[in-house]
Ligand binder design. Structure first.
Ligand code: ADP
Length: 632
């Protein structure tokens, strides 16, 4: 029963530890550090995959850049409208399929400049113009520029609030001022395909011709993961170089914007850790759509299920897989924790790294540690149980030898010799009493063991302490006689005890036999008793070898014997006093010992008691006056 409760406690503790690992792992994935690690994993994978796919790629997008050189040669930013107008005019010659402009045209400048740009814009085929939401108001291009060109917003803020300042997603839609605008890159893609942007009615997917942009989960703003292609994959042509690159520009989608470090205020760091101007981010987003490389974030329910599965698997591995095999199998589990995000990525799913990997590691480490210590503790317990058992057997064998020898000897004499009737009766009485003693001893031993184990409850019978003392004195008399030791009952024992008579008798008898064992011949033993405030103090005082203070501290420990006791030649196991103490404690009592080396010891049992129910009929005058001698 006790061990069952222990096992249940262990199991609950084990489950609690594993649950803790799960919570820490999953919770950690929500912290900035966890998110950074997830991002790091994503960046490594995306860079690796994009680098491979970009190797032989001819992109449809081209960035036409107002770079440092352009600004230097064409009078700086104040002349930007003229620069744009010039660029558009030149682009017309090259014949791009779409031109998307990433320079806001919301404020009027020099009238002549604006008029010239307006004319160039109107003359441009398939033009996409930028707009920006400031507060709740859209900053659209001046009506002079706008014409019928569709507007695309130029916001690049990562809708998931990137914790590391790296841009990985852009919002495909932006709502404000009663209007919803698609991203510049999406509008450019729609114009490139010659297909409208259609919102699916059955789900939240977007459809442009045959291209389906999947619905982003749990997020507003329709974030789209930009699969950044390595630097240089999308050609970047300076405005000054348009004429030399007509062929490359022809039929492409031109993203025209500022790349000069001094003037481009919308630079971002991409997942290659490279700073890129906004116009290039639009071009990259366009290429993601064109290549159809759409990523989806794994649904958090699946992430949780995987984490739970890892936790349970780690827990079970260290319970059911034996020995070192458990570590081997666990390595597979840890490998799976890395493999799942990789495999998911191949299916264009962004699966977090931190939560499953940390859950798998934490759960594995905790399960392994727990099982290691648990198994060790079990081993220790079983070893100590084994040694206790061996010692108990040793004790039983030793204690039984005396009555058995007496029984054996007596029966042998009876069979070998023809004895007078009187002697025969004496011997058979002795056999009878010794075998009863043997049975009692076995019972006592078993009772104390079971009591200690909590298997049985103490008996609650009422008995006279005087009877116990009398019975013990009678039994110890022959042993004391051999050493000519006199035993005196200094005061008659008048008290009623409640508990187990057999056990109390065992305890008191043990004190008496010890007193005899550890006293030299021709000494005295005094038994005293006192009933005070509901407590009986029953003492056995001898004039024996005694013990020093240090030895006194250990005498109730199992199997402890003093050096003097060992040297005395008296046989002993050092278990008797520990049983005595257990018995007294089970009776809610306590032991007191006073001793002085070479002078003697006094052992006192203190237990709660009451006045005797029936007063002794006739008191022995010897009892009441001085002493009763049992060893005559
Ligand atoms: P055992 O007598 O079998 O050795 P016990 O548990 O009864 O075991 O006693 C433990 C030890 O306490 C003894 O070995 C002895 O050293 C010491 N001891 C017990 N009773 C006495 C006593 N009356 N006088 C001196 N030493 C004692």
């Amino acid at each position: 029963m006790a061990s069952k409760t222990g096992a249940r406690k262990n199991t609950i503790f084990y489950i609690a530890i594993l649950a803790g690992c799960f919570v820490v792992g999953v919770g950690g994935g929500l912290t900035p550090i966890g998110k950074r690690i997830d991002n790091l994993g994503y960046d490594v994978l995306t860079n690796y995959a994009s680098a491979i796919s970009a190797a032989s790629l001819k992109t449809s997008a081209v960035v036409v850049a107002i770079d440092e050189e352009t600004l230097r040669k064409q009078h700086g930013m104040r002349n930007v409208r003229q620069i744009l107008a010039g660029a558009l005019d030149q682009l017309k010659e090259a014949g791009p399929r779409v031109v998307a402009i990433d320079v806001l045209l919301a404020d009027p400048t020099e009238e002549a400049d604006d008029a010239r740009l307006g004319a160039s814009l109107l003359a441009t085929r398939k033009l996409i113009l930028p707009c920006e939401l400031i507060g709740n108001k859209w900053e659209d291009p001046l009506p002079l520029f706008k014409g019928s060109a569709p507007l695309g917003h130029v916001h690049l803020d990562d809708p998931e609030n990137s914790v590391d300042g790296v841009n990985r997603q852009i919002p495909l839609e932006k709502k404000g001022g009663g209007n919803r605008r698609w991203a510049l890159s999406l509008e450019a893609f729609s114009a490139f395909k010659g297909q409208p942007i259609v919102e699916s009615t059955s789900d939240a997917n977007l459809q442009i011709g045959s291209t389906v942009i999947p619905e982003p989960l749990e997020m507003s703003g329709r974030p789209m993961w930009v699969r950044y292609l390595p630097e240089g994959t999308i050609p970047k042509i300076s405005v000054l170089e348009i004429a030399n690159n007509r062929e490359r520009i022809h039929d492409s989608v031109v993203f025209l914007g500022i790349t000069a470090l001094s003037a481009a205020h919308d630079r971002l760091t991409n997942s290659y850790d490279v700073s890129v101007p906004g116009v290039e981010v639009h071009a990259q987003a366009f290429e993601t759509m064109e290549l159809g490389h759409f990523m989806m974030r794994a649904h958090s329910v699946y992430v949780l299920i995987i984490c739970v599965a890892f936790t349970i698997a780690a827990g079970l591995i260290f319970v059911f897989v034996p020995g070192w095999w458990a570590y081997g199998v666990d390595v597979l589990l840890l490998a799976a924790a890395f493999w799942i995000p990789l495999q998911a990525f191949r299916q264009d799913i962004v699966f977090p790294f931190f939560a499953p990997i940390s859950v798998a590691w934490l759960a594995s480490a905790s399960a392994a540690t727990f099982q290691y210590f648990f198994v060790r503790r079990q081993l220790r317990t079983s070893e100590s149980e084994k040694s206790r058992y061996q010692q108990a057997i040793h004790w039983v064998a030793h204690e039984m030898r005396t009555p058995l020898t007496a029984i054996q000897g007596s029966s042998e004499i009876m069979t070998r010799y023809k004895l007078p009737e009187e002697k025969g009766k004496q011997l058979s009485e002795m056999i009878n009493s010794e075998s009863k003693r043997l049975a009692r001893m076995i019972q006592t031993f078993l009772d104390v063991e079971r009591l200690a184990d909590g298997q049985i409850e103490l008996k609650k019978e009422s008995f006279a302490a005087g009877d116990v003392v009398e019975a013990c004195l009678k039994r110890v008399r022959p042993i004391a006689e051999r050493k000519s030791i006199q035993i005196f009952l200094d005061t008659p024992v008048k008290a009623e005890l409640t508990g187990d008579r057999e056990l109390m008798e065992y305890a008191f008898y043990n004190l008496l036999t010890n007193a005899v064992k550890y006293s030299p011949a021709e000494t005295e033993i005094h038994v005293g008793s006192e009933l005070l405030n509901g407590e009986l103090r029953l003492s056995v005082r001898d004039q024996g070898i005694g013990m020093d203070a240090q030895e006194l501290k250990s005498i109730f420990k199992k199997f402890y014997r003093t050096k003097k006791a060992e040297a005395s030649g008296e046989v002993g196991t050092g278990i008797g006093l520990s049983i005595v103490e257990q018995i007294v404690t089970h009776h809610h009592g306590r032991m007191e010992v006073a001793s002085e080396p070479g002078k003697g010891s006094c052992f006192t049992i203190i237990v709660s008691a009451s006045n005797p129910k029936v007063p002794p009929a006739a008191e022995n005058p010897a009892d009441s006056h001085n002493a009763e001698t049992f060893n005559r």
